[in-house]
Design a protein around this ligand. Structure first.
Ligand SMILES: [Zn+2]
Length: 281
């Protein structure tokens, strides 16, 4: 843990100076999530929803990336997980929406918060890089795309100066790679062509209802689905669906051609936020 890291978190999650180390806390004796949400102050609850929203949006772009790789038969050099993390990050950076930098920062911090600091828990053979590596790669693309907007955050999170200097090249390369492989599948500037993506919100269990509501209100799935439909000529219908899965997950199902976002994953983002908040009390 470093002071710089805490400062970055405090700056982003107004309402408490948050500290790391919370993830070691035992969950066993916790009351149900819904009760802990109800006990939050309005400010903390708003911050929690922000955190969940940012992480959910990043997840949707990430899964949309898997959908594109699969449906457009895109070549992937290196790990697909890295490639679609890059797509999610650059899509959010290029959105032109003023709130998007904040949401992206929440998602980037999510990797820092979920990272295990116990060596035995690290998985070196997984499909994904380690959480901290994913967080730092996102941060590098962010500061690479806009040093003025994200330079301070990079300094707070102790991204070394010599690494920061190489980040604009990382960002340019990631953008060029995605532009290059998707160019042949792009719709003309003014849209047109068939629209293939539908969105469906399945009913949520009672304890996850606040997150199903958040998803509907913020229209995150609709935003990502529409962007994919605006930009790319897909070969077949695709469904973006939020549902209860009995696991905290999100995935692209190539057989059903569905991007699935599980309500349990949104609950897990909330748990992560609450753990850090509790550590501060
Ligand atoms: Zn993935």
């Amino acid at each position: 843990m470093t002071t710089g890291f805490c400062q970055a978190l405090s700056a982003l999650m107004v309402g408490g100076a948050l500290v790391l180390g919370a993830l070691q806390m035992a969950l066993a004796a916790e009351p149900p999530l819904i009760e802990r949400l109800e006990a939050l102050s309005d400010a903390d609850y708003d911050d929690l929803l922000d955190f969940v929203e940012g992480n959910a949006l990043f997840t949707l772009y990430h899964e949309a990336g898997h959908m594109l790789v699969s449906q457009l038969d895109l070549p992937v050099l290196g790990q697909e997980e890295d490639a679609v993390d890059n797509l999610a990050t650059i899509s959010m950076l290029q959105s032109g929406d003023a709130d998007m930098d904040h949401l992206l920062s929440q998602a980037m911090l999510g990797w820092f918060l979920s990272a295990s600091d116990a060596y035995d828990d690290l998985v070196f053979h997984g499909e994904h890089d380690l959480d901290l590596q994913r967080g730092y790669r996102m941060l590098c693309l962010m500061v690479g795309s806009d040093p003025d907007a994200f330079g301070e955050l990079a300094a707070d999170l102790e991204l070394p100066g010599d690494r920061v200097e190489t980040c604009p090249a990382d960002y340019d390369q990631a953008v060029a790679a995605w532009d290059g492989v998707t160019e042949a599948h792009r719709k003309p500037e003014n849209g047109g062509g068939l629209r293939w993506i539908e969105v469906r919100h399945d009913p949520a269990p009672e304890d996850l209802a606040p997150f199903a509501e958040l998803l509907k209100e913020t229209e995150l799935m609709e935003v990502v689905a529409q962007e994919m439909d605006d930009l790319y000529r897909l070969p077949a219908p695709v469904l973006f669906r939020s549902t209860a899965c009995q696991e905290a997950n999100a995935f692209w199902d190539p057989d059903a051609r569905e991007v699935i976002l599980c309500y349990e994953l949104l609950g897990a983002f909330a748990e992560l936020f609450l753990e850090v908040l509790a550590e501060d009390d």
